[in-house]
Design a protein around this ligand. Sequence first.
Ligand SMILES: Cc1cc2nc3c(=O)[nH]c(=O)nc-3n(C[C@H](O)[C@H](O)[C@H](O)COP(=O)(O)OP(=O)(O)OC[C@H]3O[C@@H](n4cnc5c(N)ncnc54)[C@H](O)[C@@H]3O)c2cc1C
Length: 588
Amino acid sequence: MNTRTASRGLTHGEERRVAATVLVIGSGAAGLRAAIELAERGVQVVCVSKRRRDDAHTVLAAGGINAALATMDAEDSWEQHAADTLREAYWLADPRIVELLCREAPAAIEELVRYGVQFAREDDGRLTQRFFGAHRWRRTCFAGDYTGREIQRALIGRAAEVGVAMRDDLYVTRLLVHDGRVFGVYAFDVEDGSRSVIVADAVILAAGGHTRIWRRSSSRRDENTGDAMRLAAAAGCRLRDMEFVQFHPTGMVFPEESAGTLVTEAVRGEGGILRNAAGERFMERYDPERLELSARDRVALANYIEIAEGRGTEHGGVLLDVSHLDRDMVLRRLPRMYRQFIDLAMLDITSTPMEVAPTAHYSMGGVWVDAETHATDVEGLYAVGECASGVHGANRLGGNSLTECVVFGRIVGAEAARWSAKLDVQVRDRAAIAAAREEVDELLARRGEEFPRPLQRAVRDLMSECCGVLRSEKGLRAGLTRLEELAVRMRDMEVRPDIAGYDDLAHAFDLKGSLLAAQATLECALERRETRGAHNRVDFPDQDPRLQTNLVWSCDGTVTREPIPQPSSAVAALVDGQELETTGRLLE
Ligand SMILES: Cc1cc2nc3c(=O)[nH]c(=O)nc-3n(C[C@H](O)[C@H](O)[C@H](O)COP(=O)(O)OP(=O)(O)OC[C@H]3O[C@@H](n4cnc5c(N)ncnc54)[C@H](O)[C@@H]3O)c2cc1C
């Protein structure tokens, strides 16, 4: 599909019309796997993304992907995988979704191997599996420390083989809906601004999470801006568990453009020491026994408190030091970290401490989906991958998100194919298309004193200050007030496409996504008056059994409680409530 060439004959305000049986938004692992399933079933599918497909956020995943293959520990089973996931989720994950995920995970790994993923293997050919976070057994497959990149490479290759039509740099601004049923999307080309209306029987939303709305984020620069949440909510979907965002304890803080880039937990694993600006080894106060090897949440909290209470560095971080370790050992065991700091900060970590701070890392919440089909509240619309909710509850078990992408990618592909096959009539609605067109026209016509990038920065600052690792009623309410002020400032925002392209328009829509995702997060965080998993309330420091429910958010700002079903008896029997020892096990 070559929109660019075809768009040249269009006059101003006209859109190119494209028809797809199923449209997939997003070419990360989830979107690609869904598109492959459709193409393998002979369904015509178009897969679009706002960035290049080989640079989707998925390529950052390093550590691995889970499936109970029992290649290393014969005792492992999918039921135990499910039990570990539910425990780590603080009982807020949907057991039906988790059980499906864990049951299907081994087949998903087999498929990836068939598509050409080169996972690490033992000498006898078995797939190597390692411990990763709070798993009872070794069940994480990996490819060096570039698992995500390897999976992405293989999925792109397979998508090309089976004839998926791919389109990079196409920004979806709106889902087109008539009478509660999706019939396509409205989009523009980030390079030349030309517009497309893509009509489809079904749409699969695989557009990632919302971790970029914090000042420090381990995400790609212009990804995870909450687009999926805005697109879904504007179409009539509900969002779930938005208050749960995983913060990794150590992201870079300097230079500013690299802020949030992950500093692997292996640095602490190899003997890195955390100090505040006064030189104190502060973990002695937070966890005198395990010190830097304490649980990820506790280290994130400790780093956060040191910085918030004024004991941080000039750039707002704490110091992570490996300069006391043997230089050769650091170069051998942490080569990527050595390179990262040389490349991004011109800093030699073998002689100078790194400045680090907690960084927003993963969105546990997202679009509400049906447990079995991942259908949303809008007919014909499915959500999958990091933008969907239900697998991770209050905390994600490391390595489960890649599994989620490929397992549910296959499932939504099959479901969308089924939906399309049983559709008698495909409705279209000119008014819905006109509204989407006007939204873009109106943004481009605006003149004023404000610009998208500084406003994005203001959202990130407010989320970091009011809804970071530690939260309180006062801070969350202040966040909502500041958000309203930003929405007013946004009316004065000028969007300036230039010779280099329509990035500024993309940033304006990113900002819209960020505002909506921020509102949903703040309102759910306010409603969850307890401390659980990744959500820490200073004013409600304990877990409240009455809140063992999901919080479901709607566009009108209402938050309702949704009961959580019981796990099956086979899984329930394996859930013992015991915390596993995770010292020294990476979680990223
Ligand atoms: C540093 C790091 C390490 C990680 N390590 C692991 C790990 O070891 N194991 C693990 O399981 N998970 C890991 N994760 C998490 C995992 O990488 C992600 O959860 C997963 O890759 C998300 O995939 P996805 O397909 O849902 O979305 P993404 O890969 O984020 O893809 C989203 C797609 O949507 C497109 N898109 C977004 N908005 C629009 C729009 N408006 N219009 C058009 N297209 C749009 C984007 O361009 C992109 O193609 C890690 C994450 C990070 C940041």
